[in-house]
Design a protein around this ligand. Structure first.
Ligand code: NAD
Ligand code: DAU
Length: 334
């Protein structure tokens, strides 16, 4: 099989490429990535000389390039996106461009080149947010996105569904909860807090720290995508979750404990605008139909993740310079 993976130089995409080439060494992967601030070829150093792997620097909105690449593959797996909620609050333009126009461009190319198999990576944030006693999101939950990021992802999901209904494009979508693990860009809470503590900096907890996220180790997400590609029903959506709902303050304290630091390092800062209160995922559909469930517990995954950041200091130190510093200043005022 030949796959076009978009956004493969980012966090989940690079983990997926490692996963796939390990599991299916005869398959071929073309990685199309624009190398925005979040794309990093360091994430793929150990596969760059693999003859079954090819990197193409380019934009998923580039119609001609996308068309050329799609011609030559069997499957498209679309990870490419602007992915960070806080950045979408500072400036949403790139979110609309990449997440909506980019997905549209890929869908058009898939349609115009013999209706290629298309898997779209999406998020639980398209469903909005939950109160403390609401049932978890599932595949039938109505869309109610509340941030520019989640609105742009919701728009892309709708386009993917439309291409299935209108043109019969063989699509699947997965809506996953918060991932964590190696190669995660240190703007997201877990790697930000680990690396801040390693630098002797405080960890900025938004609001009252009681917002809840569901956490999934990235390798488990890759396995779920694999199963959907092999056995998923065309035209369907699959919700993927970690069965691991945690308030942010609990995660913060766990990271502090694992790193042997003091809770004095916690700094409560002003809340994120429109901050979604709680996400939770009911993943019984993928469990019952495809036999998937998470393998890595939060305790084990968090330990592994802390170790990875300790062992890969130069990876994140290189990132926490330049553009990142400007972003950090805008976001946290220092
Ligand atoms: P990321 O920000 O780490 O990586 C995104 C990648 O896309 C980067 O390599 C970037 O260079 C590339 N990219 C951005 N714009 C592009 C463009 N116009 N053309 C080509 N490449 C472009 O993101 P991530 O956390 O790995 O997320 C990957 C996907 O998974 C996204 O679609 C995101 O919405 C979704 N998702 C993420 C999570 C999470 O917890 N991180 C959870 C659920 C779903
Ligand atoms: O739910 C899936 C989504 O998870 C993905 O679609 C997104 O791409 C991904 O970025 C992630 O979004 P979140 O907004 O949930 O992740 P983030 O790590 O930015 O924030 C997690 C929680 O931690 C959220 O409640 C905000 C809070 N937070 C975050 C940062 C960066 C803090 O309290 N302090 C911080 O400095």
């Amino acid at each position: 099989m030949k796959l076009l993976v978009t956004g493969g130089a980012g966090f989940i995409g690079s983990n997926f490429i490692h996963y796939w080439l390990r599991k299916y060494p005869k398959d071929k992967i073309v990685n199309l990535d624009a190398l925005t601030y979040a794309g990093n070829l360091e994430n793929l150093k150990d596969v760059e000389s693999n003859p079954n792997y090819k990197f193409v620097k380019g934009d998923i909105c580039d119609k001609d390039l996308v068309n050329e690449l799609v011609k030559d593959v069997d499957v498209i797996v679309n990870f490419a996106a602007e992915s960070h909620v806080d950045r979408s609050i500072l400036d949403a333009e790139n979110f609309v461009r990449t997440n909506v126009l980019g997905t549209y461009t890929l869908l058009e190319a898939a349609k115009n080149n013999g209706n290629k198999r298309f898997h779209h990576i999406s998020t639980d944030e398209v469903f909005g947010h939950l109160g403390p006693n609401d049932p978890a999101f599932n595949e039938l939950t109505p869309y109610e996105p509340r941030s520019p990021y989640s609105a742009s992802k919701a728009a892309s999901d709708h386009l993917v569904r439309a291409y299935f209904h209108t043109f019969g494009l063989p699509v699947t979508i997965s809506n996953c909860s918060n991932n964590y693990g190696p190669f995660m860009f240190p703007e997201k809470i877990i790697p930000l807090f680990i690396t801040n503590l390693m630098e002797g900096k405080k960890v900025p907890v938004y609001g009252d720290g009681m917002n809840v996220r569901d956490w999934l180790f990235v390798e488990d997400h890759c396995q779920a995508i694999d199963l959907i590609l092999q056995k998923g029903k065309i035209g369907e959506t699959y919700c993927i979750g970690g069965n691991s709902e945690k308030p942010n303050i609990e995660i913060t304290k766990k990271i502090i404990e694992l790193m042997g630091k003091s809770e004095d390092m916690i700094e409560y800062v002003k809340d994120r605008l429109g901050h979604d209160r709680r996400y939770a995922i009911d993943f019984s559909k993928i469990k019952n139909e495809l036999g998937w469930e998470p393998q890595v517990s939060f305790e084990e995954g968090l330990k592994k993740t802390v170790e990875w950041y300790k062992n890969n200091e130069s990876w994140w130190k290189n990132i926490k310079t330049g553009d990142y510093k400007e972003y950090y200043k805008k976001q946290y005022g220092k």
